[in-house]
Design a binder for this molecule. Structure first.
Ligand code: NAP
Length: 331
């Protein structure tokens, strides 16, 4: 699927980007070229130690998704864009909302514009469960990214480019997330728990790669693809990492939800289940959901369906969490 293709990855030096590059070079030895696009030269230099330009068909290009001219230059002759670059820290986005708007919303529109101008085949953007019924700037900015991508698919300016979105929850053990945080402070005398009832969806880094690959392979364009994933309780993460110290409730932080909602009940009327994914279909007139279900064996979900981390049917218990920490080699 990716052999003989040129792939531009915005945010290619991030956790997802690096893991994705590792995966596609292994799986598709005849890839024509991978272009890594991000701002920080140090991160690109560090990445080039694993993926040197001598050994791999890879190019490191500096730039900011806010800069459309630069994006236009770097996306010439590109077949596929994976749009992963983002401001993703909830507190940083709360403190600097306009910076988040510039990167996550205006930057995403730039990706759409240059993809149309340069005739890219397929663009996949990475979104988050925080975009469903958002209460923080980050979630709201990703909701707008989703809206822009879904609209781009049906825009009159776009005849043939597929714009797909994948929406998923916390990557287990990702930088800045609760697992590595608890691991670094587990030898102190207590672990701070925002709220003992708090839950989150969980997927592994590999599952996020599989999700993007699924979008590239099966996406019609215009849909939001959501993986079916288990939930965990934050208190169970604390019990798995440091069972014998105090787990002290410190209160929920600004912009945080007690539970995440991956698909809100308001989206259920447009949602179908296909393979191991939910697909939120576009609701504009050009997209025929019945035809989609017929051609793909997808099934409509029940009316009022809500995919909620606190009401999930699949859970990671303390033992599962311990195994995942080992499997993902989180120190
Ligand atoms: N990690 C999770 O748990 C999770 C869950 C759901 C969705 N997602 C989404 O998945 C995507 C990737 O996440 P990640 O964990 O890989 O993030 P990450 O490790 O923080 O990487 C972010 C990447 O984006 C680049 N970047 C940031 N701002 C940029 C800009 N203005 N222009 C160009 N590049 C920029 C960064 O490099 P420079 O700083 O050098 O520019 C870096 O390469 C994000 O869109 C995120 O919202 C992540």
């Amino acid at each position: 699927m990716l052999n003989n293709k040129t792939i531009l990855i915005t945010g290619g030096t991030g956790s997802f980007g690096k893991a994705f590059v590792r995966y596609i070079f292994k799986k598709y030895p005849k890839i024509k070229k991978v272009i890594i696009f991000s701002r920080d030269e140090q991160k690109q230099h560090a990445m080039s130690k694993e993926f040197s330009t001598e050994k791999y068909p890879i190019k490191y290009l500096l730039g900011d998704v806010r800069d459309k001219e630069r994006l236009l230059q770097v996306s010439k002759n590109v077949d596929i864009v994976i749009h992963s670059a983002a401001m993703k820290h909830v507190p940083a986005a709360e403190q600097n909302p306009m910076e988040c708007v510039k990167t996550n919303i205006l930057g995403s529109q730039n990706i759409i514009d240059i993809s149309i101008i340069n005739g890219i085949d397929h663009v996949v953007a990475l979104s988050t469960d925080k975009a469903a019924s958002p209460i923080n700037v980050y979630g709201a900015s990703k909701l707008l990214l989703e809206k822009l991508f879904v609209f781009a698919n049906s825009d009159d300016n776009n005849e043939s480019i597929k714009f797909s979105v994948v929406r998923y929850g916390n990557i287990f053990g990702s930088k800045g997330s609760v697992v590595p945080f608890f691991m670094t402070i587990k030898d102190q005398n207590f672990l701070p728990i925002t709220d003992k009832k708090m839950t989150r969806f969980s997927i592994t880094l590999q599952e996020s790669i599989d999700l993007v690959m699924y979008a590239l392979k099966n996406g019609w364009g215009g849909e939001i693809i959501v993986p079916i994933a288990p939930s965990y309780k934050i208190i169970d993460v604390a019990k798995a990492i440091a069972p014998n110290i105090e787990h002290r409730e410190v209160g929920i932080r600004k912009g945080e939800k007690l539970h995440e909602v991956m698909i809100s009940e308001y989206e259920s009327f447009a949602t179908v289940k296909r393979d191991n994914y939910y697909i939120i279909c576009p609701t504009d007139g050009n997209w025929d959901r019945d035809e989609y279900c017929k051609k793909t064996d997808a099934l409509m979900v029940d009316d009022g369906f809500e995919y909620h981390s606190g009401k999930n049917s699949e859970w990671l218990d303390i033992e599962d969490i311990k195994k995942l920490i080992e499997q993902e080699e989180i120190m």
